[in-house]
Design a protein around this ligand. Sequence first.
Ligand code: NDP
Length: 299
Amino acid sequence: MTEATARLIDGKAVAAEIRAEIGRHVAAIMRDRAVPPGLAVILIGEDPASQVYVRSKEKLAGEAGFKSVVYRRPADTPEEALLTLIEGLNEDPTIHGILVQLPVPAQIDEAKIIEAISPEKDVDGFHPTNVGRLVAGQSALVPCTPLGCLTLLKRELGDLSGANAVVIGRSNIVGKPMASLLLRESCTVTTAHSRTRDLPDLCRRADILVPAIGKPRFVKGDWVKPGAAVIDVGINRVDAGRGDGSTRLVGDVDFDSAVKVAGVITPVPGGVGPMTIAMLLRNTLEAYCRINRIPFPMA
Ligand code: NDP
């Protein structure tokens, strides 16, 4: 007898489709307008992972027909200089999305920086105005990674209403907005975290399980309800086991055991990860449409 295996969600392919759709919308908009959607990314310091993300954002934004500008600043940049840069971008009519690559160096107050970005250009969805609007069920710019997770879930499952959803993690970037989005879809949502009691049992009741923890292969196959949708947000670098010091990426889910139980599952890499930039471009197009008072052409 062969073992049942979950259907894999190809986040890379979905993200490429969405980026192509965005590119088509931008081309159509540009038939009547001179200024394309503009995305400004600010990178402070030399963090190698951040540099890779920023290069990829710049490249994919350009491919979708956006104007894309990256402001690279040294690690010792004073907070005041960053605030002045953001003020200028808030006023710049060719920029519709502003993103400060996190984390920022210690001399810079992250919350202050996030609050300095105009909420209508806050394409990361971290500004308290957008956070509040999301929680209040109003239209908002929504954080990219959870929006990517929701997009995958809706494409796979359609209507999510009534589903039991368990989100593991309560960060402002992933866990909390993910829970708000699932609630907005009428799921019954539980947010778990490091103090949660009997996490395996809680997970076994989830029709939708979204681990966003940052611990390699933490969620085991026998925590997964048979047929559940598992969206693995975790990105963890581990030893590849080749004995040569090389590394590879794994998620927060023990994929090999979970794939035998789940109904659908995202792999790592190639699941949630590629969706994040696609959602950033989507948010920038949405911000552009709102600022220019034209209908946003995407769902
Ligand atoms: P944080 O470290 O900010 O949050 C981790 C959360 O996990 C916390 O709420 C913490 O609980 C919870 N947690 C830690 N240990 C346990 C445990 N033993 N049991 C239950 N919950 C636990 O991480 P992020 O939210 O920023 O990121 C989470 C993961 O997602 C990381 O692997 C990150 O790399 C990845 N990520 C992926 C992205 C993508 O594009 N695919 C984008 C962003 C993040 P508590 O609050 O109690 O401490």
